[in-house]
Design a protein around this ligand. Structure first.
Ligand SMILES: [Zn+2]
Ligand SMILES: [Zn+2]
Length: 339
């Protein structure tokens, strides 16, 4: 089978691998779509993964084969799956915080990923899709569930202003979830014009270009000097996280679902004297993943504006090399015939 593997820093290859055989409790999924995630791009930039590992974790497809001890699934079923493989036994799993599992495995990081024609997934982590029409957007269930988790980590007051810094996939799905939950004024700061336009289409009250305007002053104007009540940093830079912490009103909350690889310098005196709460958000729980799939397949969440390109496996290496912030979500199409 074709698979996209990491070979080292900025080195990716399309290789041929044997199709894996499902073990007990496992299912072999024939991948139709696999999204390229920011974490895949980071793995590409740094090459921090085991050389030869297949990357990718945002997939949808059909069941090709079942291992033993798998009930309730048949070959041909349409599925997506949670990339976080939790143990189900540790103290975090037992209280529903499986995104913090002590024995967590992750597709495309610890285990062979889904940017391939086939991927092995534990049957317990699969979620059923109603039909093949939902396959493309179901590949966005993973980032949507990350957005859901970030919003669940926040305290949302529908009347108060919210700011999202960064309108990549996660910023935009957070916008979609906030609008879905009835949030009033959601502002988005993003330097890329196409992403700003997408945020506008998806219901942002106003989009701001942080390279053109002074964000601190804009926030003062928009909130009559009060500051935002909730700020999400989805850009993942030390500067934007520090800025997110400074743009909130007294008593506000900052939620950071972004992954920042640098240390962040914060003015703690300012945070303490304004009682700004900082909540981090990591991944999502299995329950949130299922809810994200439901939102997409139930037609409650249209994420199609996020899919900016569908490419072939042969084009993937180039897509990683030339990635620009104008793209939002690129899907790699592994099987394009009608199922
Ligand atoms: Zn992802
Ligand atoms: Zn666990």
């Amino acid at each position: 089978m074709k698979a996209i593997v990491i070979e080292g820093p900025r080195s990716l290859a399309l290789v041929d691998k044997p199709v894996p055989v499902p073990g007990p409790g496992e299912v072999l999924v024939r991948v139709k779509y696999c999204g390229i995630c920011g974490s895949d791009l980071h793995a590409y930039e740094t090459g921090f993964l085991q050389p030869g590992l297949t990357i990718g974790h945002e997939f949808s497809g059909t069941i090709a084969a079942l291992g033993t001890k798998v009930d309730g699934w048949r070959a041909g079923d349409y599925v997506t799956g949670n990339n976080i493989i939790a143990c189900g036994r540790c103290r975090y799993c037992l209280r529903g915080e499986d995104n913090l599992c002590l024995e967590m495995r992750r597709l495309g990081i610890t285990d062979q990923g889904s940017m391939a024609e086939y991927v092995l997934v534990p049957a317990k982590d699969l979620v059923r899709l109603p039909d093949q029409r939902s396959l493309a957007t179901a590949a966005l269930a993973e980032p949507l569930s990350v957005g859901l988790h970030a919003v669940n980590r926040a305290v949302l007051d529908h009347k108060q202003p919210v700011l999202i810094i960064g309108a990549g996939t996660i910023g935009l799905v957070i916008l979609a979830v906030l609008k879905h939950r009835g949030a009033g004024s959601v502002y988005v700061a993003e330097p890329n014009q196409f992403r700003r336009e997408t945020a506008s289409k998806m219901g942002a009250e106003k989009v701001l270009d942080p390279l053109e305007v002074n964000l601190d002053r804009e926030v003062e104007n928009l909130t009559e000097n009060r500051g935002m009540s909730l700020v999400f940093d989805c850009a993942g830079h030390a500067e934007t996280i520090a800025q997110a912490c400074s743009l909130g009103a007294a008593g506000s909350m900052v939620v950071v679902p972004s992954i920042c690889y640098q240390p962040v310098t914060l003015n703690f005196l300012s945070l303490v004297t304004r009682e700004v709460k900082i909540n981090t958000a990591f991944g999502k729980t299995g329950r949130e993943f299922r809810e994200a799939v439901d939102m997409i397949t139930g037609g409650r969440m249209d994420l199609s504006p996020l899919v900016t390109a569908i490419i072939s496996p042969a084009e993937t290496e180039k897509a990683f090399r030339e990635t620009g912030s104008g793209n939002i979500k690129t899907l790699v199409l592994f099987h394009d015939e009608v199922d």
